[in-house]
Write a protein that binds this ligand. Structure first.
Ligand code: HEM
Length: 231
């Protein structure tokens, strides 16, 4: 017996938006996903090392434990953002004209930031936790130097700037297609009885707004990690 057809149906899309990403962008999205898979596996190993140490199976010196904790925390948060951005970009690019250059720029900012963050942790000894809450980065009691803390903050700043560019471009492309925020959110369909097909980009638009503000905030915190901005 076949299941009854679902009453929920994706709205018809304008033909001009229904094109899948071209091959260079597909390659970039695949690169994003490949990097996400590799980094995720590495960070899971860091997590398992911490758990094994907590269980007494292995001995990880305290300084090294906090380095692993910092790398695991900031890495997991950042890589979730990278993988999520790739999936969103892949599907959203079928409906609006996103910039391939910005997608590439975000990856470059991300990788540059990761090099600085990993260098600050495993070479400079920075181990203040992924939240780097003030005053810990500035007062390490000699465990790491100012240079390592600065490297970490600049690394996080670069990652934040990359995501900011990506989500500003997302907002730009959605606005260009739909003309206004209410149109992009489908408010005419929701509140004004419009029967035009609802835009499928609601989630991406929300991601663009939320992630842009989060990126701006991360930029501000990295520039001035004082109690008032870091709280
Ligand atoms: C195999 C999978 C994972 C393992 C074994 C693991 C293990 C751990 C351990 C042992 C800690 C330290 C907890 C403590 O304070 O005692 C930790 C912290 C943390 N984990 Fe994971 N984890 C895993 C996956 C994830 C994922 C998928 C995310 C996020 C997407 C994540 C995000 C975090 C964060 C944000 C912290 C706090 C870091 C900090 O305090 O600076 N973890 N994890």
């Amino acid at each position: 017996m076949t299941a009854p057809a679902s009453p929920v149906r994706a709205p018809d899309q304008p033909a001009s938006y229904a094109t899948p990403p071209t091959s260079p962008a597909r390659g970039l999205v695949a690169t994003y996903m490949g990097i996400t898979a590799i980094v995720l596996a590495l960070l899971m190993v860091f997590g398992l090392l911490m758990r094994a140490s907590q269980a007494g199976f292995i001995t990880v010196p305290p300084n090294r434990f906090y380095q692993l904790l910092t790398a695991h925390g900031i890495g997991m948060v950042a890589i979730a953002g990278l993988g999520g951005a790739a999936v969103m970009w892949y599907f959203l690019s079928r409906y609006v004209a996103l910039s391939h250059a910005i997608l590439l720029a975000n990856l470059i900012f991300f990788l540059a930031g990761v090099v600085l963050v990993l260098g600050s942790i495993f070479i400079g000894g920075f181990a203040a936790g992924w939240t780097f809450l003030f005053p810990l980065p500035a007062h390490s009691l000699g465990v790491w130097g100012t240079g390592a803390a600065a490297c970490y903050l600049i690394g996080v700043l670069l990652v934040g700037v990359g995501f900011l560019l990506l989500y500003l471009d997302t907002g730009r492309a959605i606005l260009r297609t739909y003309g206004s925020l209410p149109n992009a959110l489908g408010w005419p369909q929701a509140f004004r009885g419009s029967t035009a097909p609802a835009p499928p980009e609601d989630a991406a638009w929300n991601a663009a707004v939320a992630s842009s503000s989060a990126s701006v905030r991360s930029v501000l915190v990295a520039r001035n990690p004082s109690p008032t901005t870091a709280a």
